[in-house]
Design a protein around this ligand. Structure first.
Ligand SMILES: Nc1ncnc2c1ncn2[C@@H]1O[C@H](COP(=O)(O)OP(=O)(O)OP(=O)(O)O)[C@@H](O)[C@H]1O
Ligand SMILES: [Mg+2]
Length: 424
């Protein structure tokens, strides 16, 4: 056990509108052993082990709390993280002292406390407890507690990944991805990188009027794991805060990838880039599915017709099921109001998809055509155009930045509550 300070756990915010600080970085390849007292905590911990952010971690759960933990480590090496649930009846401090005598120095300890625990908070800190979470805990509490032990200690940027995908081909997913990324960088001042994952036909370099010699292909086809310096050299700078990892858009080779082909690139970029926007081509393959499942947020772009509605529903269902602890994917309608086209209404989309679109972007062939042919963003053509404001709104809803947020109490509230209830 080390004597690192206990971390202040974050306020649990409305799942529909995450705080910019509420993003949880995936944990590295670590071992976690949990010793629970209640079946509820045990199932929360088991479910946490299934979460995408703990997919590299090896997590086991045993019952019996502190007593079983001490007994176990008399004869076995300790893991990277021990998670202990207290049922409020035992002597936590005595137990932690005993555990310390059998624990390796590098092991981190999380205590899931009980309201009946009568333990001064500072005594837990003194015994090297790294995090104390008052039970009953939810799955996401456990995920956050474990992951934060690692992201905070390494002081790295925790970049968030936003995946943008079309419900059908040609609906304008790339156009939306590029304009939203531009708003995130320009208006919200978040350093961002767009990765054009449509290697054969991607248009990001045309849309941003760039002529990059290198890009994503150089990273994905090189045999070694790419480091930050290597990826930096592949980026084309578009604006102060926006860079592009461009697609080659050449057909001299084919672009079939395994599910994990981009993992190392995304992981490396997350360490230096606060916001990574993935322009995902409209296809359903192992690697596109994985890119969506691994993203922090997902935006589905749909035109208002039946095939888009069906496909959006299918994408939403499959991603909601595989990401039970994440905010549901967001969607926006695009090319709304194409003259003479019968369309499915916004309210029918909302009813079938069980959520409102984050925007309904009008069809405007002159505006979008001019932007595409000039290599400009919509906001560069007309900053105050209604469509430019829509892209900014989508950027705000995706990042949680720049929106007026309601906070139930002050930032220090969770810490004050803990200190208040735990101090002798
Ligand atoms: N709201 C809009 N009004 C008019 N034209 C639009 C609108 N949005 C996008 N477009 C145009 O639609 C075309 C297709 O856009 P885009 O390449 O972004 O689609 P996509 O969904 O990424 O296609 P792909 O399936 O090839 O990846 C482009 O010419 C773009 O300028
Ligand atoms: Mg595209």
């Amino acid at each position: 056990m080390s004597s690192k300070p206990v971390q202040e756990s974050e306020e649990h915010l409305d799942a529909a509108a995450p705080s910019p600080n509420d993003y949880i970085a995936a944990a590295p390849r670590i071992s976690v052993q949990a010793f629970c007292e209640s079946e509820d905590a045990a199932s929360a911990v088991r479910a946490a082990g299934e979460d995408r952010r703990l997919s590299k971690a090896h997590l086991t759960v045993k019952m019996g709390g502190m007593a079983t933990a001490i007994e176990t480590y008399h004869n076995a090496p300790t893991p990277n993280v021990i998670l202990l649930e207290s049922d409020g009846s035992g002597d936590i401090l005595g137990g932690l002292d005993d555990l310390a005598s059998v624990c390796d120095p590098g092991t981190r300890v999380i205590v899931i406390g009980n309201e009946r625990d009568d333990v001064p908070y500072r005594e837990l800190v003194r015994r090297g407890v790294n995090d104390y979470v008052v039970g009953p805990v939810s799955t996401i509490d456990v995920v956050r507690s474990i992951c934060s032990l690692f992201s905070a200690s390494e002081a790295i940027t925790v970049g968030r990944v936003i995946a943008v995908v079309g419900a059908k081909g040609g609906v304008g997913a790339s156009t939306v991805a590029h304009n939203v990324a531009w708003a995130i960088a320009r208006n919200l001042k978040l350093d961002s990188v767009v990765i054009d994952l449509d290697l054969a036909f991607g248009t990001a370099s045309l849309d941003y009027n760039q002529d990059p010699a290198q890009g994503i292909a150089n990273a994905v086809f090189q045999p070694e794991r790419p480091d930050s310096a290597f990826i930096d050299r592949l980026l084309a700078k578009c604006t102060d805060h926006l860079s592009l990892l461009a697609a080659p858009a050449t057909l001299d080779r084919v672009y079939d990838f395994g599910a994990n082909a981009f993992d190392a690139i995304f992981d490396t970029m997350r360490m230096t880039t606060p916001c990574i926007v993935l322009d995902i081509p409209h296809q359903w393959s192992a690697w596109t599915r994985r890119a969506m499942e691994g993203a922090d947020d997902i935006l589905i772009v749909a035109e208002p017709d039946l095939a888009n509605l069906r496909n959006a529903k299918n994408i939403l269902n499959v991603l909601k099921a595989s990401r039970p602890n994440d905010r549901a994917p967001l969607y926006c309608l695009n090319q709304v109001g194409l003259p003479r086209r019968p369309e499915i209404s916004k309210s029918s989309f909302a009813k079938t998809l069980e959520s409102q679109p984050v925007a309904a972007i009008p069809f405007d062939s002159r505006l979008f055509g001019t932007a595409a042919n000039n290599g400009q963003m919509i906001a560069e053509i007309s900053k105050n155009h209604r469509t430019s404001r829509l892209f900014l709104e989508v950027a705000q809803k995706l990042t949680g930045l720049g929106e007026t947020r309601k906070r139930s109490s002050s930032l220090l509230a969770p810490l004050m509550r803990k200190l208040g209830s735990k101090s002798a």
